[in-house]
Design a protein around this ligand. Structure first.
Ligand SMILES: [Zn+2]
Length: 170
């Protein structure tokens, strides 16, 4: 059983408050509403009640991944590769299949998408990673948690693990 976490977090939109792009009148009427064939876009034909001009609006769900806010306040684009790298380092020499790691990464990404936020802290992502590692491999979880908890940032954690790997026994 897999927690899907992909429930849509669409917020209700006040459709009638669309301002007319021609005369700026605050009230336009929706003359027609149509759903696109694949069901991902709502198209509305609108008519301005003041100047009678018509225009079309499109409504789609935003499914962009949130930007990552690091501990020092710096913002970065979310990177699936970086996430994978974090897993890979924590799971170094552990008997966990790539397939299971991919599934864990998918779950983290789904949870981030389901948030519907524009930004998320790297600390929060670290917590999602920790929850997945706990299920995958106890040793990797402890490895990640012990280092990560003192850094609270995935990037710092990666650097720390890299150092541990360099100096640690094989
Ligand atoms: Zn108008």
């Amino acid at each position: 059983m897999r927690a899907e976490g992909a429930d849509s977090s669409l917020k209700p939109v006040a459709c009638s408050l669309m301002r007319c792009p021609f005369c700026g009148h605050p009230d336009t009427q929706v003359a027609e509403t149509r759903l696109s064939e694949d069901g991902t876009t709502v198209r509305r034909r609108r008519r301005c009640t003041a100047c009678d001009k018509r225009f079309t609006t499109y409504e789609t769900a935003e499914i962009r991944l949130p930007a990552v806010v690091k501990q020092d306040g710096e913002r970065q684009d979310f990177s699936r590769d970086k996430l994978r790298e974090g897993f890979r380092r924590a799971l170094h020499k552990r008997p966990v299949s790539t397939e299971l790691v991919d599934e864990a990464i998918d779950r983290v990404v789904q949870k981030l998408l389901a948030l519907g936020e524009r930004e998320v802290t790297s600390r929060y992502i670290g917590e999602l990673v920790m929850a997945e590692l706990k299920r995958l491999d106890k040793v990797a979880y402890i490895r990640f948690a012990s280092v990560y908890k003192s850094f609270q940032d995935v990037d710092d954690f990666r650097d720390a693990i890299r150092d541990v790997e360099k100096s640690g026994s094989e």
